[in-house]
Design a protein around this ligand. Structure first.
Ligand code: PMP
Length: 304
């Protein structure tokens, strides 16, 4: 249960962290946010927050795109988050949600000459997608937003209507998740995940100019695949039917973690089972995030 929030510069009980219905971000979606995971390690009796600094560095980039000037550095926000989590006292996996938002209580669609503030809350958290070892996904009839309409590089609150349309369509059609194409017709992401396919022993993922969020898990996977599995990742556009004929495919993201894709549009990917490469990456990822791999422990910020 969530008890506290960081709100207006201080940690307060969660029921005091309220904003007006006139708030600019509520009316126009002019906020940006992060999704960060904390992993409880029972052996260490410790909560480790994964790649905390990178998430705040990305939040500040998102804020810059929205012409915000947050009054905190990424390092200060890390310290505040640790303090908030200590107050919560979680002894379970947790999800941390910072939101920077335009605070003015006024009408008028714009980004300039407005004030902004930043709030953070955290909540206990579990899995994000059913069928983590064999998700069945379908291509969305919706298109991904692009850099020249709502930039996907920035985690903008209003932009998540696009993700919600994609996700809900997929779920109501009986899929576990969706794949989505960008305006150039290339496969770019899931509703809120980055994507990889495996073809000919190489990992392939869309490059950062393909209307994707520059995912922190994506970077993690590229690094772990290269350093631990000797697997190179090629960053290049991917077309829809490449998913049909791939040897394996998976989603990755803070929420989804690493989820194997077993079927795309009713076609079996590979042999439809969790194959050795995705299994190895999944296992490694779960060990790394939980602070069990000494070499990558610098990515895990201890709370207690
Ligand atoms: N793409 C989108 C649209 C997302 O919302 C997310 C989740 N933040 C991701 C990709 C994965 O990014 P990350 O690994 O940094 O969580």
């Amino acid at each position: 249960m969530t008890q506290y929030a960081f709100f207006k510069g201080t940690i307060v009980p969660i029921d005091q962290a309220k904003i007006s219905i006139m708030t600019h971000a509520f009316n126009y979606g002019t906020g940006c946010f992060e999704g960060i995971r904390g992993y409880w390690n029972e052996d260490d009796r410790q909560l480790y927050v994964f790649r905390l600094l990178e998430h705040y560095q990305r939040l500040l980039q998102s804020a810059k795109i929205l012409l915000m000037s947050p009054r905190y550095t990424a390092e200060e926000l890390c310290a505040t988050t640790v303090e908030l989590l200590r107050r919560e006292g979680f002894q379970s996996d947790a999800y941390i949600r910072p939101v920077a938002y335009k605070t003015n209580e006024q009408i008028g669609v714009k980004l300039h000459d407005l004030n902004d503030d930043l709030c953070i809350f955290a909540t206990p958290y579990g899995r994000y997608v059913e069928n983590e070892e064999g998700a069945h996904v379908g291509f969305s009839s919706w298109q991904r937003i692009s850099d020249n309409n709502i930039p996907p590089r920035s985690k903008i609150t209003g932009a998540y209507v696009n993700s919600a349309l994609i996700k809900t369509e997929a779920m109501l059609n009986g899929y576990d998740e969706a794949l989505v194409i960008n305006e150039r017709g290339h496969v770019c992401e899931g509703s809120a995940e980055n994507i990889f396919i495996l073809r000919g022993g190489k990992l392939i993922t869309p490059p950062v100019y393909e209307d994707i969020l520059e995912g922190i898990t994506r970077n993690t996977v590229i690094e772990l695949a290269s350093k631990e599995l000797g697997l190179e990742t090629i960053e290049r556009p991917i077309s829809r039917t490449e998913f049909y004929v791939a040897d394996a495919a998976f989603f990755c993201g803070t929420g989804v973690q690493v989820v194997n894709i077993a079927k795309v549009d009713h076609r079996v990917v590979g042999d439809g089972q969790l194959g050795p490469v995705v299994k190895a990456l999944r296992d490694l990822y779960f060990d790394v995030v939980r602070g069990k791999v000494a070499k990558y422990k610098q990515w895990c910020t201890p709370v207690y």
